[in-house]
Design a protein around this ligand. Structure first.
Ligand SMILES: Cc1cc2nc3c(=O)[nH]c(=O)nc-3n(C[C@H](O)[C@H](O)[C@H](O)COP(=O)(O)OP(=O)(O)OC[C@H]3O[C@@H](n4cnc5c(N)ncnc54)[C@H](O)[C@@H]3O)c2cc1C
Length: 251
């Protein structure tokens, strides 16, 4: 079986590893290649803060909850393993803040220790009247890509620096399965009007005193239109969303 994964961000490399782990003994030989025009440290994944928190609004596709749960449970199962440091994986706690009371999110039992903020906690955030506290996971993109690359290399997966012009072009090379993991560029290979890029202005600042994430919300304005702060996993910097622009969810 010849499999090509197009894209070497977190989606491409984790997909490649999942498929290899699951099928390499059944599909022999399993010939897997990764094609990408950018590898770590030049992908979007490399600049992500890596906080794992699903969107506050319920997913359009109910399967998303299952995918989120499986991802969270898999990563949580690794948290005390010797690999956690090399994966860039850690527990992190923090706040979600709202001006007014909102329903609990569908992911409240997916994360750890979800609860509503107490009046004393809310006193720390005078502009907000309601909020949640929970523990989640942070997965440093750059570190995780390095770890995934090592695992795939051990398994004999080959990497090619190559810009793919079309999926047909890859198919003509004699491939049984092609997986499109090209992130925000995916629509160039397989147009999907429901997939829309978002844009925001995220800055990284040195702030070693920040130990918790703080995500503010304005349900009427939509996600990522209000500031957030996410502490970095590897150093004392934090990611700050100063302002955000994002196309409305479609569908
Ligand atoms: C500043 C910032 C902070 C973020 N913080 C978080 C966070 O805290 N938590 C979170 O969950 N998400 C966060 N995100 C979002 C997260 O980074 C992305 O959702 C994720 O990295 C997407 O991974 P991906 O593998 O789909 O895409 P990418 O990492 O963009 O990888 C796409 C791959 O496809 C390749 N490719 C594309 N087109 C072609 C082509 N035609 N031919 C060959 N190769 C191609 C690229 O070279 C690349 O290798 C953040 C994003 C940004 C920008």
């Amino acid at each position: 079986m010849r499999v090509v994964v197009v894209g070497a961000g977190v989606i491409g490399l984790s997909t490649a590893l999942c498929i290899h782990q699951r099928y390499h003994s059944d599909l022999q030989p399993l010939d897997m290649k990764v094609y990408a025009d950018r590898f770590t440290p030049h992908t979007t994944t490399d600049v992500a803060a890596g906080l794992i928190q699903p969107y506050v609004s319920p997913p359009d596709d109910p399967r998303e909850m299952d995918w989120n749960q499986q991802t969270f449970d898999y990563l949580l199962s690794q948290i005390h393993s010797p690999s956690a440091d090399k994966m860039g994986l850690a527990l992190i706690s923090g706040y979600n803040l709202f001006r007014e009371a909102v329903p609990d999110p569908v992911w409240k039992d997916l994360v750890l220790g979800f609860r509503k903020l107490t009046p004393r906690e809310l006193d720390m955030f005078p502009d907000y009247g309601y909020g949640w506290f929970n523990t989640s996971l942070i997965l440093d993109g750059k570190t995780y890509l390095k770890w995934l690359t090592e695992r795939l290399t051990e398994r004999g997966v080959q990497f090619f620096l190559r810009k793919v012009a079309s999926l047909e072009e890859v198919a003509r090379g004699g491939v049984d399965v092609i997986i499109n993991c090209t992130g925000v560029w995916a629509g160039a290979l397989q147009p999907d009007p429901l997939l829309q890029p978002g844009r925001g202005q995220v800055i990284r600042v040195e702030a070693p005193w920040m130990k918790h994430f703080i995500i503010t919300h304005d349900p009427e304005r939509g996600i990522y239109k209000t500031p957030y702060i996410i502490p970095g996993m590897r150093d004392s910097s934090v990611w700050v969303l100063a302002s955000g622009l994002r196309a409305p969810r479609s569908g």
